[in-house]
Design a protein around this ligand. Structure first.
Ligand SMILES: NC(=O)C1=CN([C@@H]2O[C@H](COP(=O)(O)OP(=O)(O)OC[C@H]3O[C@@H](n4cnc5c(N)ncnc54)[C@H](OP(=O)(O)O)[C@@H]3O)[C@@H](O)[C@H]2O)C=CC1
Ligand SMILES: O=C(O)[C@@H]1CCC=N1
Length: 273
């Protein structure tokens, strides 16, 4: 389905790199099918050197030549980008926006009849283990849903959601890798505190998170049941869990996701911050 399609990324930052790396690794596309546009020449040089894709500073050119246009700029500059690319957009192209908080209505108002898909991926797409939620705009057809499943399914799991859920998705899985990296870092620091080498502590911490997540996904069991199986009576785990509960870990995580969700909503409402 992506054979001979041209993809353009408008914005060559963190999520664009994660996506193109994942798509190339999955062999869904070849490097010559990808064009990356960014305002920073040094960033483009790095992207070209690393992935051998086509690069340009001209967003209009990139969007004009592409069949699938990814909007991978910060929400704060999305309106400028929409004005730049609007003249070359046609109903035969498709726009995939990953910008946090930016609604389909706001994108559609500038892009006329071009079909739009709003997606919230996360950076583990770079290693084929992302999760992406998507919602279709008013001009999108069922094949555009299939396209989203194909592209984002090649680099992880996908879920179709009602657009209303997008801010919550952003607060949970969009930002979630950052919370998890912080937890891994904290676990590794803890390992060092109790006498392990940094290298060993980091390996134990990261592999523990990976293994625990895999158990939840593959067994379909409730995490509480899996947790109970680790927690021996009067053992080590309950001593550790007691401290985490006393320090309010669950509440802190809920507050973090609520704050990120609210920030996503806020970014959809303001146009210049
Ligand atoms: N990072 C993530 O994990 C995720 C990000 N997103 C969304 O992806 C978008 C990009 O985020 P992220 O990759 O983190 O941000 P980055 O800042 O890393 O990347 C954005 C890039 O776009 C460049 N840029 C700025 N203006 C233009 C322009 N007019 N034309 C072309 N390029 C431009 C920026 O250059 P400069 O820095 O010089 O301004 C920067 O290199 C955001 O909307 C975010 O909400 C969604 C899911 C996950
Ligand atoms: O921090 C951000 O705003 C973006 C959106 C989701 C992940 N990163």
């Amino acid at each position: 389905m992506l054979h001979q399609k041209q993809l353009a990324f408008i914005g060559g930052g963190a999520i664009a790199e994660a996506l193109l790396k994942g798509l190339l690794t999955a062999k869904l596309v070849e490097p010559q099918q990808i064009m990356v546009c960014d305002v920073a020449q040094s960033r483009l040089e790095y992207i070209k050197r690393t992935y051998n894709v086509i690069t340009t500073v001209n967003g209009c050119d990139a969007a004009g030549q592409a069949d699938i246009v990814f909007l991978t700029v910060k929400p704060q500059v999305i309106d400028d980008v929409l004005v730049t690319i609007a003249p070359v957009m046609t109903p035969a192209k498709v726009v995939i926006s990953v910008a946090a908080g930016i609604t389909l209505d706001r994108l559609q108002a500038k892009l006329g009849k071009t079909p739009i898909i709003r997606v919230m991926p996360n950076t583990p797409v770079a290693v084929g283990a992302g999760v992406s939620a998507f919602a279709l705009g008013q001009n999108a057809r069922p094949e555009h849903g299939e396209l989203a499943s194909l592209i984002f399914g090649a680099v992880g799991k996908t879920v179709a959601v009602d657009e209303k859920a997008m801010d919550a998705v952003t607060g949970l899985s969009g930002s979630g890798p950052a919370y998890t990296f912080l937890f891994i870092e904290a676990l590794a620091d803890a390992g060092v505190r109790v006498g392990l080498s940094r290298q060993t502590a980091l390996l134990l911490a990261a592999q523990t998170i990976l293994g625990a997540a895999k158990m939840v996904v593959e067994t379909g069991e409730h995490p509480a049941k899996l947790r109970d199986a680790v927690t021996s009576p009067a053992g080590t785990t309950i001593a550790g869990l007691h401290v985490l509960e006393q320090k309010g870990m669950r509440g802190a995580v809920i507050d973090a996701v609520v704050a990120a969700t609210e920030r996503s909503r806020e970014m959809g409402q303001i146009h210049d911050k």
